[in-house]
Design a protein around this ligand. Structure first.
Ligand code: HXC
Length: 260
């Protein structure tokens, strides 16, 4: 089951961190539903492989630039160039993120700073860099940030990412309030554990927590990348036009089953 073919025809989208993981599912979905897509991430080898796969497996041409969301000037340049290539920016998906598990009492200042800079400051940088283009979007620009359900709880071992993702959620609320006058909608999606992603592999499976986490998911399975991508389409298209400043959990209800 999917959305109507061509539902995103005429739209242009940038997805940060779009070469791998959840980001790559979002790119495939937006592209196959008709959007022109550009991706930005740090590693050229990831970008080149992804763009080849998108073409061969999905028949979509995806524009790309290397860039680090921590670098505001570099991101502005990348976004402006991509906007020129794909015809503006109607949809910005702030997906790039960094994370690692480390108890707070062992976390160095630089470790804390690094994740805050990628996740929270990086999202701010991308929103600022896209603003002029989003203002020009014919049907109202869309900002969609990828958060996590963990942002609404304590997150032992990931104080940096939990604080950053909570900050992102509040930033989306503020942008919804400030940029509504420009027709821009700002929302976030909170994925639960999505199978096959680096986040789940490194933060759950490699920590030996796979079975335990799965047992606590009321719907009984890890999510799929397409579950997140479909939520992005809802928020990006006309279907989501009156939704702004809101969060959508896509997590199999796992956040509501946290008894120890
Ligand atoms: C303790 C660590 C560490 C670890 C890095 N550091 N990894 N400390 N335990 N495992 C510390 C370093 O020692 C250093 O501090 C500081 O963090 C910066 O590290 P660098 O390696 O120099 O940073 P950088 O190369 O910029 O890498 C950023 C990164 C990295 C976040 C550390 O992991 C990364 O780029 N990851 C790629 C993307 C990613 O993580 N994606 C998954 C996101 S999943 P010192 O003090 O030594 O200088 C997600 C949601 C998951 O966000 C939800 C699951 C339910």
């Amino acid at each position: 089951m999917s959305f109507a073919p061509g539902i995103l025809q005429g739209k242009s989208a940038i997805v940060t961190g779009g070469a791998t993981g959840i980001g790559s599912f979002i790119v495939r979905k937006l592209g196959t539903l008709g959007a022109k897509v550009g991706i930005v991430s740090r590693k050229q080898e990831n970008l080149l492989k992804a763009v080849k796969d998108f073409k061969e497996e999905d028949g979509i041409d995806v524009a790309w630039r290397t860039g680090d969301v921590r670098d505001p000037d570099g991101i502005k340049k990348a976004f402006d160039e991509l906007a020129g290539e794909i015809g503006g920016i109607d949809i910005l998906v702030c997906n790039a993120a960094g994370n690692f598990i480390c108890p707070t009492e062992e976390l160095s200042w630089n470790g804390w700073r690094t994740v805050i800079e990628i996740d929270l400051n990086g999202t701010f940088n991308c929103c600022q860099a896209a603003l002029l283009h989003l203002k020009a979007a014919t049907d109202g620009g869309r900002v969609i940030s990828i958060s996590t359900t963990q942002a609404d709880f304590g997150w032992p071992g990931a104080a940096h990412a939990g604080a950053a993702k909570s900050g992102i959620q509040n930033l989306m609320k503020t942008l919804a309030a400030e940029w509504g006058q420009y027709g821009i909608r700002a929302n976030w999606i909170s994925p639960g554990p999505i199978e096959g992603t680096e986040g789940v592999d490194r933060l759950i499976i490699q920590q030996g927590l796979g079975d335990q986490v799965k047992k606590n998911i009321p719907l009984g399975t890890f999510g799929e990348g397409d579950d997140i991508a479909n939520a992005v389409v809802f928020l990006s298209s006309d279907t989501g036009k009156y939704v702004s400043g809101a969060g959508l959990a896509v997590d199999g209800a796992s956040q509501w089953n946290r008894q120890r």
